[in-house]
Design a protein around this ligand. Structure first.
Ligand SMILES: [Fe+2]
Length: 174
């Protein structure tokens, strides 16, 4: 479901709030991609909780599910839903700033250093961190990481990318 869709009044309130958040950042006079600080300010809004993104919650058996909440030429906001054990590839963000907020469940982030750029080989660089609901993690464009649901129930996470995410390279551990 994309934000322009015709939806319930509860969802409309959420969408209006989201649009005012985005436009509020824009009114500061900037154009182009959002900074990390702007992404963090969007994620910090109290509007975001498992209830407010309910219209975008859906899971898939084969892989974590990506549900688009909003997208324009500068920013993309997604609700990702992960069943227990589901994980992302090891990836970077192809030039996009990235912010993630956990809304329900637990998210574990692993961090990697590139060993061989042309062969996309990495090694784990530091201890993994687990995030609980309300916690935020930010990734700069060149950062290589992997997210997973280590818990025994569903994980719902909110992801902001600016500019919108391109095709992510898939790294392998050497
Ligand atoms: Fe990522």
């Amino acid at each position: 479901m994309i934000i322009e869709a015709n939806v319930s009044s509860e969802t409309n309130r959420c969408q209006e709030h989201l649009l005012s958040l985005i436009h509020g950042v824009r009114e500061k006079g900037r154009t182009g991609p959002y900074s990390m600080a702007e992404i963090k300010s969007i994620l910090t809004s109290e509007i975001w909780c498992a209830d407010s993104v309910k219209p975008w919650v859906s899971y898939k058996e084969s892989c974590y599910e990506r549900n688009s909440i909003y997208k324009d030429e500068s920013i993309e906001i997604l609700c990702l839903c992960w069943k227990p054990g589901q994980k992302s590839t090891i990836h970077d963000h192809v030039g996009s700033n990235c912010g993630v907020k956990v809304l329900e469940g637990v998210c574990r982030e692993k961090f990697f250093t590139v060993v061989n750029e042309s062969q996309l080989l990495v090694r784990e660089s530091k201890k993994a961190i687990s995030y609980n609901p309300g916690q935020i993690t930010l990734s700069h464009p060149g950062s290589v990481h992997q997210l997973e649901n280590p818990g025994e129930s569903g994980l719902i996470s909110l992801h902001v990318y600016s500019p919108p995410l391109g095709v992510m390279p898939e790294y392998k551990v050497t």
